[in-house]
Ligand binder design. Structure first.
Ligand code: NAD
Length: 433
């Protein structure tokens, strides 16, 4: 963790108005539209981004198409692309503190997690795919002697990438690193509520040697920029991370346009199943609490459902609630904070509504569930543990994406498995035994 004074110095830096990054240059939205950037730390605006239009998407796709077709990137030797991607990772690492603090001001993640998960993981992903660039080749398929069947891997063309607000850099890297390593060009759309680090990433990519048009970033809303990308006839592939509801829309856009391939990474409601014979129940309780509450529960794989054997249910749940109540919620740029800000006012309201509904459906709130630190102007919530949540309850079945843990006891292994699988979500799961 860097020194607090270095974090504070980064926090004090003004952020100039941001445009789109298209064809290697910055520019405004086609109609001059902008959107304020509100910090969840204090609820105040501290920057502006361009409010993109469908015309801006057309411009970015045209730049990406031209860059793809003339081979300025796809035509390079794989080892040359690898060198650029390694330089890109070097620059992300060199600017890690700036990127992490800027991202926290934008999305509210506690700084300790942000440094590891954002520039740290972004650079790691860029390096992984940099190495893949000159190692993934084709195949010769087994066939009869008079036939030669080759599997030749080549870039697809223009990749559209749409990412959410919780880990913008980490997730942007999941999209752009494999696409670029293979020689594709990219149009990347960050979340309208967390764009700043992704815009800076585009600049670092150019500095690393990505030719103009190879990585373009268009900021703006899902309903305008995202939809225009989904329906675009000249985007060949869509790589998306976000909610299931938006994922469904993208499949629909693809069906209504050029049937582009869609790769979707969606939400979760991950079960954390604890048996009475788990060797270290204290550690299980600590990990259960941290697994749901860090980053205010805004993690796709957060262990949001505790499914616990009835013989230890009361003691174990009480212990988790005690750990939750002792976690330090506050300014995410304070190095000692364990739970930072909820990302937005809308997300905070949705979280509070989930707790209210859970109560109405018979759940017992053991701790938390309220807005706190309202005097800061920021969006903070005390982590909530809700006991005896029925498998039919809204809290059991839906992703909150906030600091709310639902607890449901079980008696038999079969019941535990049925409960763990009892939602429409996939993603992660854990078993303690
Ligand atoms: P979201 O689906 O609201 O938005 C994600 C992105 O899609 C944003 O850039 C948004 O502008 C865009 N978008 C919204 N509506 C659109 C539309 N109609 N057409 C095209 N694009 C549109 O999700 P969010 O609130 O930003 O992020 C939280 C969700 O992301 C949660 O469900 C979380 O679990 C999920 N997530 C999943 C993973 C994973 O790896 N599986 C990782 C992180 C987050």
């Amino acid at each position: 963790m860097p020194d607090q004074s270095l974090i504070d110095a980064e926090r004090a830096k003004p952020v100039p108005p941001q445009g789109h990054f298209i064809d290697g240059a910055w520019g405004p939205a086609s109609d001059g539209g902008t959107r304020p950037v509100i910090s969840p730390i204090d609820g105040r605006p501290f920057a502006t981004i361009a409010e993109g239009t469908a015309e801006d998407v057309d411009c970015a796709v045209a730049a990406a198409r031209a860059a793809f077709e003339d081979g300025r990137w796809s035509g390079l030797a794989p080892a040359a692309r690898k060198r650029v991607l390694h330089r890109f990772a070097d620059l992300v690492e060199r600017n890690a503190l700036e990127l992490a603090v800027l991202g926290v001001r934008d999305n509210g993640t506690e700084i300790g997690m942000a440094i590891r998960a954002e520039p740290g993981s972004c650079a790691g992903t860029l390096r992984f795919y940099a190495e893949a660039a000159d190692k993934i080749g084709g195949e010769i398929a087994p066939s009869s002697p008079d036939i030669l069947a080759l599997v030749h891997r080549e870039p697809v063309g223009v990749v559209g990438a749409i990412v959410p607000w919780n880990f913008p850099l980490m997730i942007a890297a999941w999209k752009i690193a494999p696409a670029l390593a293979a020689g594709n060009t990219v149009v990347l759309k960050p979340s309208e509520t967390a764009s700043l680090t992704v815009l800076r990433l585009a600049e670092l990519g150019a500095e690393a040697g990505l030719p103009p048009g190879v990585l373009n970033v268009v900021s703006g809303s899902g309903s305008v920029v995202g939809e225009a990308m989904g329906l675009h006839m000249d985007i060949d592939v869509l790589a998306f991370t976000g909610s299931g509801a938006t994922g469904r829309r993208l499949l629909d856009y693809a069906a209504r346009s050029n049937m582009k391939r869609c790769y979707l990474e969606l939400g979760g409601k991950s079960p954390n199943v604890v048996f009475a014979d788990a060797p270290d129940l204290e550690e299980a309780a600590r990990v259960t609490a941290h697994g749901i509450f860090r980053n205010s529960g805004q993690v796709c794989i957060a262990g949001s459902r505790l499914i616990v054997e009835r013989s230890i249910h009361a003691d174990f749940t009480r212990r988790v609630a005690e750990i939750a109540a002792a976690m330090r919620v506050g300014d995410p740029l304070d190095a000692d904070t364990q739970i930072g800000a909820v990302h937005s006012e809308a997300q905070l309201s949705a979280n509070l509504r989930f707790v209210e509904t859970a109560r109405a459906e018979g759940g017992e709130v053991l701790t938390g569930g309220d807005r706190i630190l309202a005097e800061t102007g920021g969006y903070y919530m005390a982590p909530a543990v809700v006991d005896n949540v029925a498998p039919t309850a809204a809290l059991f079945r839906n992703e909150v994406f906030g600091p709310v843990l639902s607890v449901t006891p079980f008696d038999t292994v079969d019941q535990a498995i049925a409960l763990a699988n009892g939602t429409d979500f996939g993603l992660a799961g854990a078993v303690w035994t």
